[in-house]
Design a binder for this molecule. Structure first.
Ligand code: AMP
Length: 222
């Protein structure tokens, strides 16, 4: 089962993917998480370049991101499928992803479009915290870690993301509308698109997604 999660920042894609990967038994591949790791290496010119784009809320150039995704998709654990979160973000990325998957006869099964309203996105992003070690998502009000500043999953530090500030959030939303929102049409044309409401709370949306995957035969019943 090969899934793409499409939607603006703060739509809940990462939160849902982190939970669903267990039910579906497939890896969660977040380009944001991978790029944050790349950006941590200040010694590496690529790391410095990526960090500069990310902190301003700009998109990292397609060639860099596509290369990273292709490499990640060729790992053994992605053979049984994957959830792609935050990729593709441009039509060029979508086309290159399709070409790579078609060449091995493993096309995308479902694209989930998390349609989400702007006030919900703003409220989620301004309170969002992430574990800098494993990438787990939290929210100061809706989903705080059990111990303040400590990840429930791995014990790592839970912090605000460098790009969850007002200026970068605004830029990311503009870029989403300009470059990514059009992918809804792209995936509608190849008949893989399913739209859900990203405004639902975590558990409600999880229920909607599980039903959808069950209906599509993606969940194996023991
Ligand atoms: P995310 O964690 O998905 O919100 O991504 C955080 C940041 O990483 C984005 O604002 C971009 O700077 C960069 N990024 C993540 N995925 C992509 C992508 N597919 N194409 C370009 N830049 C990306």
């Amino acid at each position: 089962m090969r899934l793409v999660f499409l939607g603006p920042p703060g739509a809940g894609k990462g939160t849902q993917a982190q939970r669903l990967r267990e039910e579906l038994d497939i890896p969660h591949i977040s380009t944001g998480d991978i790029l944050r790791q790349v950006a941590e290496d200040e010694e590496d010119p690529l790391g410095r370049k990526v960090k500069d784009y990310m902190k301003r809320g700009e998109l990292v150039p397609d060639d860099i991101v596509v290369e990273i995704v292709k490499k990640r998709l060729s790992a053994d654990d992605a053979e049984k499928g994957f959830i792609l979160d935050g990729f593709p973000r441009t039509e060029a990325q979508a086309r290159q992803l399709d070409a790579a998957l078609q060449s091995v006869d493993r096309p995308i099964d479902i694209t989930i479009n998390f349609r989400t309203s702007e006030p919900v996105v703003m409220a989620r992003l301004s309170g969002r915290r992430i574990c800098t070690s494993c990438g787990a998502n939290y929210h100061v009000k809706n989903m705080p870690p059990k111990r303040d500043g400590v990840c429930d999953r791995c014990g790592g530090p839970v912090e605000k993301r460098a790009d969850d500030n007002e200026t970068a959030i605004k830029r990311r939303l503009v870029l989403y509308n300009e470059q990514t929102a059009g992918l809804e049409e792209y995936y509608k044309k190849n008949n893989t698109l399913e739209t859900v409401s990203g405004d639902l709370d975590v558990e409600e949306l999880r229920g909607v997604l599980l039903k959808l995957f069950d209906r599509s035969g993606l969940i194996k019943h023991k």
